[in-house]
Every structure is written in structure tokens, then in C-alpha cells.
Design a protein. Structure first.
Length: 175
């Protein structure tokens, strides 16, 4: 069995793409997943599955979610090794975890508009793109950050973001 972290984007937000976690766990178990655990209501799942091909498992999950919940959220599937590396690569290790945000990229960007990101960031904010993760340190919170609304456009790839507290909790669940 292979360990996976499944990140669903945009579920249970504003009354859209409603997926009850208990029903999601049941769906994964019906797919043959084991040790399925969710964390908060925003689409964080860790599980074990016999499939070791991320693309194939992602396709299967997309199909089952569409059939079961009649929605198609973006799904990002990370192996325990990939997730651990994303945590280890955090360039803001001295910052308070809740102020650091991991934007997991669906794919490697080919062109990044760093100029726009630099121009709109607050003086207190810092960011770094490492591998397939865009790290944002926003000590004043992401609710006031202009970067948050522009990250995906400037990277030109789909992303899904999690704060440091969520990332460390998910890593603990994977271990």
C-alpha cells in the first residue's frame, strides 16, 4: 500500500461543492483505500491505496467524486515523500506556522510573472517558489494580502493552498 495526501480545492466553501467528510471517507473506502482520514472540512485527506501511479489514482478519484457528489474540484495528489519534501523545503522556518502558506502547484510553471508578484506584495511579505510549491510568508494574514489573489495568475498553473498548521498536521497524519 502507498500513502497519499489528497488535497481537494474549493470544496465546502460558500455553499459550493459540498462534500461531507464522512461521505468522502466512505467513497474512498469503497474505492479500496485504507486508513482514510480527513482533516477539517476543506478537502484534506490522507489514505493508503494499492495504486502507485498518481495520475491514474487522481483520475479515479475525480471520476468517483463526480459520480458521488456531482462536482469536480481540482485534485492534487502527493506522495508522502513529495509532501514531506514540501514541508522540509519551507524557506520560512523561523516564521510562525500560521503565517506561512504552501501553494501546491498542479504542475511545474513554465513562465512566472515575478515582477507582478514583487510589485503587489506588502513590505512585510516574502515569497519563494521551490520545485512545485510557492511559499508565502504573510505575517499580517492572507486576508489582507494582494499576493493571494494573484499567485495563480502569475504562476499560470492551478494551485491549492494550505497554511503551515494544516501542512504539519497532515504530515503527522501521514507518518
Amino acid at each position: 500500500m502507498f500513502k497519499w495526501c489528497v488535497l481537494l480545492r474549493g470544496i465546502n466553501v460558500g455553499g459550493n461543492n459540498i462534500i461531507p467528510m464522512k461521505a468522502l471517507v466512505s467513497m474512498f473506502e469503497a474505492m479500496g483505500c485504507e486508513q482514510v482520514k480527513t482533516y477539517i472540512q476543506s478537502g484534506n485527506v490522507v489514505l493508503h491505496h494499492i495504486q502507485n501511479d498518481a495520475a491514474e489514482l487522481t483520475r479515479l478519484i475525480q471520476q468517483k467524486i463526480a459520480e458521488s457528489f456531482h462536482c469536480s474540484p481540482q485534485i492534487l495528489l502527493l506522495s508522502v515523500e513529495q509532501f514531506s519534501q514540501a514541508l522540509d523545503n519551507n524557506p520560512f522556518v523561523d516564521a510562525e506556522l500560521k503565517t506561512v502558506h504552501w501553494f501546491f502547484l498542479a504542475q511545474q510553471p513554465t513562465q512566472v510573472d515575478f515582477g507582478t508578484l514583487e510589485n503587489i506584495k506588502k513590505p512585510s511579505e516574502s515569497f519563494q517558489l521551490l520545485d512545485s510549491v510557492f511559499y508565502l510568508h504573510a505575517p499580517e494574514g492572507i486576508g489582507r494580502s494582494k499576493l493571494v489573489t494573484k499567485v495563480e495568475k502569475c504562476l499560470a498553473v492551478p494551485t491549492t493552498a494550505r497554511n503551515g498548521n494544516t501542512v504539519t498536521k497532515l504530515m503527522a497524519m501521514l507518518e
